[in-house]
Unconditional design. Structure first.
Length: 436
């Protein structure tokens, strides 16, 4: 975790003290259920909860000192609790294995992290929707291969982003459901030394579902799906970020990141206004996607379990969620304050002498008896003259002077094909599909 790219609420979920508090809750709830079953004295759980009610500070340094000797983190924690609770603590961890605690804790942390990520997505969606409505009919050029294609509106660009992040939200809800499972099933998942009702009880208390069948661990295909979902969201973040970066290029300058008072763009060139936030988001997206691969590689563990996944998850659990939380919040700020320049959008559209209307002329010719091959040839030969003039010539003027074209279309019919508003007649339909 890099503090520069971390926010307090998400970071807190992954702090050692938060982890140990979840460990205690798992152990105490399990002991409570074991007491109801008569496996351990009911007084054991009472002693644990009575101590907990005093809201003790988790002494992370003391636990670390014990682990330095035991070389085992769960044993170190249990030893520290026993030192504080006393004799009744010996009934903790009855029939359990360390992974019961570790995997269930990871599920809690990922579920809580996801709740924050879903809040982030809601805020991002709200910002995108507001700006999309604002620019619903702001004309701009659509580009394919980076080249002018046909007109769109800036609102449609943002509506596309909204639909994409709405899909991300749906996937993330499914990923939370997938990851939020509890395993309290013993050394190899057979419940040989602990009743399945203990698992069900702990799961209910922590807002999880019992894992249908575990080994020593919860199957890692769940985690692979979860981190892959985060990676897809990161891809969507980068997609919108790259769009902003391209639109901010000096040659385009149709939109740009907000530039605050006192902000500096370059240590050498005082004139610079760089898209630093979206460039930063591109880099963060690369890192978030990188965490998906080791999660996929964690699926294939040896037999009932090996430890190869453990160190991986100590990295990717906090790093992926903390970074994505920061990235979503940053992107929300970019969208919310994005500077949009409609006049520049119009100027860019007009730059190439009406080439953006070429398809409408092509279709009109075919509808008036010209073969598609000939229609394409006629429009293209005039369009290339405009292209080679760098927009100094106008396509409409050249078409009106082309006798083969005017044999099929009148000047008035040609002029009708250069109507910008024609391209926006279905904007309401698309907006209804996205926001309706």
């Amino acid at each position: 975790m890099v503090p520069r790219y971390a926010r307090p609420a998400m970071t807190a979920i992954w702090e050692p003290e938060s982890k140990y508090r979840i460990w205690f809750e798992i152990e105490a709830h399990a002991t409570e259920k074991l007491g109801e079953l008569g496996v351990v004295p009911k007084s054991a759980a009472k002693a644990l909860w009575d101590w907990w009610a005093t809201n003790p500070k988790i002494d992370v340094e003391a636990i670390d000192a014990i682990e330095a000797v035991t070389k085992h983190d769960v044993i170190a924690f249990l030893t520290w609790v026993a030192e504080n609770v006393g004799d009744e603590a010996r009934f903790m961890h009855q029939g359990m294995t360390s992974s019961d605690v570790l995997d269930t804790t990871l599920a809690v942390q990922l579920a809580r992290s996801t709740d924050l990520l879903l809040e982030d997505l809601n805020q991002l969606l709200a910002a995108i929707k507001r700006r999309a409505e604002e620019h619903k009919y702001t004309p701009t050029i659509g580009r394919s291969h980076g080249i002018h294609a046909e007109p769109v509106t800036f609102g449609l660009k943002l509506a596309q982003a909204y639909a994409e992040f709405d899909r991300c939200k749906t996937r993330l809800i499914a990923a939370r459901e997938e990851i939020a499972t509890c395993a309290i099933s013993g050394a190899v998942g057979t419940f040989a030394n602990i009743d399945p009702s203990v698992e069900e009880y702990v799961a209910e208390k922590l807002g999880l579902k019992p894992e249908p069948v575990s080994t020593q661990v919860i199957p890692r295909d769940r985690h692979a799906m979860y981190f892959a979902t985060l990676a897809v969201i990161a891809g969507s973040i980068e997609r919108l970020s790259v769009e902003v970066r391209h639109l901010q290029r000096t040659e385009v300058l149709e939109a740009e990141e907000f530039f605050s008072k006192g902000q500096k763009g370059s240590s050498a060139m005082p004139h610079k206004r760089n898209p630093i936030l979206t460039e930063n988001l591109t880099g963060q997206a690369r890192m978030i996607r990188a965490y998906a691969l080791p999660a996929l590689e964690n699926v294939a563990l040896w037999h009932e379990r090996d430890i190869s996944h453990s160190s991986v998850e100590r990295f990717i659990g906090p790093d992926a969620t903390i970074t994505l939380d920061f990235a979503l919040a940053r992107l929300t700020g970019v969208v919310d304050k994005l500077l949009v320049y409609p006049e520049r959008m119009q100027a860019n559209m007009d730059r190439m002498g009406g080439l953006i209307h070429s398809q409408r002329v092509l279709l009109a010719l075919t509808q008036n008896g010209v073969s598609r091959e000939d229609a394409y040839r006629l429009v293209q030969r005039n369009a290339m003259k405009v292209w080679e003039s760098d927009g100094k010539l106008m396509l409409l003027d050249l078409l009106k002077q082309d006798e083969e074209v005017t044999a099929a279309l009148t000047h008035e019919q040609l002029e009708e094909r250069f109507d910008l508003d024609y391209h926006f007649k279905q904007v309401d339909t698309i907006f209804d599909r996205v926001f309706g």
